[in-house]
Design a protein around this ligand. Sequence first.
Ligand SMILES: Nc1nc2c(ncn2[C@@H]2O[C@H](COP(=O)(O)OP(=O)(O)OP(=O)(O)O)[C@@H](O)[C@H]2O)c(=O)[nH]1
Ligand SMILES: [Mg+2]
Length: 437
Amino acid sequence: MRDTIFALSSGNPPAGVAIVRISGPGVRFGLEILVGHVPTARMATFCDIKDKNQLRLDRGLVLFFAAPNSFTGEDVAELHIHGSRASVSAVLLALNDLDGFRLAEPGEFTRRAFENGKLDLTEIEGLSDLIRAETESQRRQALLQADGALRILYEGWAQRLTHARAMIEAELDFSDEDDIPGSVSDHVWKDMDLLSFEIRQHLDSASAAEIVREGYRIALIGPPNAGKSSLLNYLSKRDVAIVSDVPGTTRDVVEVRLDIAGYLVIVQDTAGLRESTDQIEIEGIRRSLVAAEDADLVLGLRELDGPEYEFPAIGNQRIGITTKIDRLDAPFTGDGDSVGISTKTGAGIEGLLENIANRLGELAPNVALGLPTRARHVDLLGKCVASIEDARTSKLVPIEVRSEFLRQAANSIGMITGVVDVEDLLGVIFSEFCVGK
Ligand SMILES: Nc1nc2c(ncn2[C@@H]2O[C@H](COP(=O)(O)OP(=O)(O)OP(=O)(O)O)[C@@H](O)[C@H]2O)c(=O)[nH]1
Ligand SMILES: [Mg+2]
């Protein structure tokens, strides 16, 4: 018989309440021992919780979910106990004493849910993202995916591929007879053309999804003493990086995670760019350039009236910034199209943040849909499109071969949702979870 697994599913003690979750064939037996009976399914019941020697450990709400109507699809119980270290460990020890019970491995509850067909892989990934979400946009994207936005989309695509193959096979079977109109096959290939277009369009939004999930990367770039570290400290409201008037203060890339307009933004402070003979500084500068290369947005900082400076041509998008505008007696009126700021007075920084928020807002229309959030989705969808294109364009090969290409396309989608054998992937996906999920 399968083990019955248990774990603390809520956060680390101490807390007001802690939730211990139990799943498996031994749940009813465990409840008989711990609370003296199996409570009515889905009804919160206030109970004393005792160990197998009838020693009272705690009291709290107990919930029972009968299979298959539970998160895992097995019998499940939740014990809502006091969230102290001692209460939690007493209850976990008591559970461990029961025959066939053991502590769950990370992600094991979710794995059982997958094995029992409760969730597909994209929903599990959504759940994993939801548990880690730090910002509004991450929460929205993850919730959508956990609710099945991608599953429904991908299952629909897989069905169209299956349908197309069925039509092709039918044509094969009846090809001797003249009563299969050519328009059936026309219809099939038209739909495959459309499907390939839809998937490619969906793939176009992968970078927006990645920015939401992984964060929008901003690199602060510029000559020494431009005020890069001062800006990082100002934005993070902390003394994260060392600020000094010695040029070449920053060497390592220092990063902070901020929430701007509900998006996760990762701001990276970098070493000032200049010619140098110092080995450590040269390495720092190399890292600055890598950060700029990888950034979604580069802020090019230069101090007011500072020496002329030619920015290296790197980075996707860039905003030029003139710093230390507090040194002016008059308001900053502009220097080309650069934005003026001062970390001494805060001047111009509100406007800079709005500028960034607007750029992030341009991603938002996409984010309302289910997007491919992981490299493996993008990878497999790319393979799917390639197979559909092979099927569509290989007009000289036997129709069976074209049908086989469509089978491969459906297979790629099946690997995303997990209906096709993906044993080697499962370990990776479930290891993202903590114990108790
Ligand atoms: N007046 C004024 N001084 C500033 C401002 N921002 C930074 N400074 C000063 O400029 C000097 C350099 O600032 P940093 O933030 O260390 O400059 P950096 O670009 O990180 O320099 P490196 O790390 O050497 O590349 C420090 O003395 C800061 O106090 C500002 O807005 N106004
Ligand atoms: Mg610095």
